[in-house]
Design a protein around this ligand. Structure first.
Ligand code: FMN
Length: 329
């Protein structure tokens, strides 16, 4: 059930991917996703140096024998220099099965990854970047809509429009992200032409996610209106929890603050502290609109199985509707 070009490409049971989650996507969370039949992804930038990243990849291999990925976020780093080369070296050396890139074109990396047999999924927020990713040889593309947690790009196009638009124009597998948190979203994405889904926000509110309990509780209580988009002024739009830090950032942007001034509020290190200490107001925390669809902290296995079983039930219901119509009911 739900075997797609993506499950075949990656060698996974279900077409469900956990997107990179800065500070949270450790081997603990990612291995739970891979063990449950999806593709778990470790966030490389959460690890400060070569050794700690290498150790985490090896820990992942001890926790699961199933395929997994490592996210290489190449957005202009807001706090430190560009670590792409350093991280790439570890990924090649460790021969990780899958690399998820985001932020800028992975063209300079692609030959090296391919020569080690590593699959490349590039994550983009717009149809034109998706086309470009295919043209340079990515194995699959993830398209994220305006609803998504993290970086929705600058075009403000929602998943409902982006998924079919990209699915129509690409030949490689398309993964849909942004706004998906349950069986309905999963099946809708497949119906819109995707070969699989990627979820970020839903996996934050899981037992295996290392976020502080206060953060997970907020994700359970929050509504779909509790996020906002900031950092447009530096062309690095980010959908985040609507809190004091995000409101302050937006008001500084409206007054024309420079990147250096903004960094006093948006620095990644502050986010790390907030996620581990449960500080909901003092730092920027990425979060998608589908937070309004999350009502319980569950295990990763429960999240994935409920999606698969729920999608089967919806399919049966829809099938029943078609049959009733055929019989003139
Ligand atoms: C807390 C959090 C941290 C994230 N960190 C990263 C990251 O480091 N790199 C990245 O490419 N995407 C990151 N994302 C984006 C997700 O990988 C994914 O694209 C997005 O969450 C999908 O949309 P959704 O939130 O509606 O599921 C993050 C998202 C969240 C919620």
């Amino acid at each position: 059930m739900f075997e797609t070009r993506l499950t075949k490409l990656l060698g996974i049971k279900y077409p469900i991917i956990q997107g990179g989650l800065q500070w949270l996507a450790t081997a603990q969370l990612a291995s739970a996703v891979s063990e449950a039949g999806g593709l778990g992804i470790i966030s490389s930038l959460s690890f400060p140096d070569r050794n700690s990243l290498r150790k985490e990849i090896r820990r992942m291999r001890e926790m699961t024998k199933k395929p997994f990925g490592v996210n290489l976020s190449m957005l202009p780093e807001l706090t430190k220099g560009d670590r792409t080369e350093e991280i790439l070296e570890i990924l090649l050396d460790e021969k990780v099965p899958v690399v998820e890139t985001s932020g800028r074109s992975p063209e300079p990396l692609i030959q090296k990854l391919k020569s080690e047999g590593i699959k490349l999924i590039h994550k983009v927020p717009s149809a034109r970047f998706a086309k470009k990713a295919e043209s340079i040889g990515a194995d699959a593309v993830t398209i994220v809509g305006f609803e998504c947690g993290g970086h929705p790009g600058m075009d403000d196009v929602t998943s409902l429009v982006l998924i079919p638009s990209v699915a129509n124009s690409l030949h490689i597998p398309v993964i849909a992200g942004g706004g998906i948190a349950d069986a309905r979203g999963f099946l809708a994405a497949l119906a819109l032409g995707a070969d699989g889904v990627l979820m970020g926000t839903r996996f934050v509110a899981t037992q295996e996610c290392p976020a502080h309990p206060k953060i997970k509780e907020w994700f359970v209580k929050a509504r779909e209106t509790d996020t906002m988009v900031i950092q447009r002024s530096i062309r690095n739009a980010a959908r985040v929890i609507k809190n004091k830090a995000a409101e302050k950032t937006l008001s500084m942007e409206e007054k024309g603050a420079s990147l250096e001034e903004l960094l006093t509020v948006i620095s990644g290190q502050m986010g790390q502290k907030a996620l581990s200490e449960g500080d909901l107001e003092g730092a920027i925390i990425a979060c998608g609109q589908c937070v309004g669809l999350i009502h319980e902290i569950k295990s990763v296995k429960e999240v994935i199985e409920e999606i698969i079983q729920g999608a089967q039930s919806i399919l049966e219901k829809l099938d029943g509707m078609v049959k009733e119509k055929d019989q003139g009911v």
